[in-house]
Design a protein around this ligand. Structure first.
Ligand code: GDP
Ligand code: FE
Ligand code: FE
Ligand code: FE
Length: 196
């Protein structure tokens, strides 16, 4: 396990302390599950496991922030006004990275981008971003119809895993008549060919 995260200037225990103080216990458990999966995926697919660990540990750090916090961050950093039409599900990644910059001094663009798109994906994803996106979906605590198949695909091919997850996500959201964030469709279109 990693002892120090130079990107945030914190030892592992200090970082875990900060994160666990910001999220409920069940979410902290999920975060550690995502880290475990992300490190394994990183090792399999040639991604820096230390970066995968840090991206995973921080990815849901902002999930319990208030709507007011996100709305003021959108103003403060002059982010896309359209973000105001969405909610916590979209904000905790897309807007959350600005709070992570503030709270941790995190500047690593690859890690920030991976966290930014961990919920919605994107047509262009770094290998680190793919690892985080997939790890979030398959971590050992996840239990939903299709998770076993998702895990199988994840250990077979990373691009297929992104495609599979995005296909299932679009399906899930559409069945429930939820609005779908445009980048989710862009990710779907960019990756679905890997599943054919
Ligand atoms: P979590 O933070 O570990 O729970 O997982 P995610 O960050 O991947 O997803 C958070 C929530 O956002 C989940 O309930 C997803 O179903 C939902 N979500 C993901 N993409 C979209 C989208 O395009 N539109 C909407 N409305 N919800 C989405
Ligand atoms: Fe999330
Ligand atoms: Fe996800
Ligand atoms: Fe998550």
């Amino acid at each position: 396990m990693f002892e120090f995260y130079e990107e945030v200037g914190l030892s592992r225990p200090a970082l875990l302390e900060r994160i666990s103080a910001n999220v409920k216990a069940s979410r902290f458990k999920h975060i550690l599950g995502v880290e475990k999966a992300a490190i394994k995926l990183a090792e399999k697919y040639g991604v820096n496991p230390h970066k995968a660990s840090l991206a995973a540990l921080l990815h849901d750090y902002c999930k319990e922030e208030t709507d007011t916090t996100f709305l003021s961050l959108i103003d403060k950093y002059h982010l896309d006004e359209d973000l105001k039409n969405w909610d916590n599900n979209i904000w905790h990644g897309k807007v959350g990275i600005w709070k992570m910059r503030e709270d941790f001094g995190l500047q690593d663009d690859e890690i920030l981008r991976a966290i930014e798109i961990h919920t919605v994906g994107s047509q262009e994803m770094s290998e680190l971003a793919k690892v985080l996106y997939v790890a979030d979906y398959i971590e050992e605590g996840r239990d939903f119809p299709g998770v076993v198949e998702a895990r199988c695909v994840a250990w077979d091919d990373l691009n297929k895993a992104v495609a599979f997850e995005t296909m299932r996500l679009v399906n899930y959201l559409a069945e429930r008549r939820f609005t779908i964030y445009p980048e989710t469709f862009e990710a779907y279109n960019a990756f679905i060919g890997h599943l054919r």
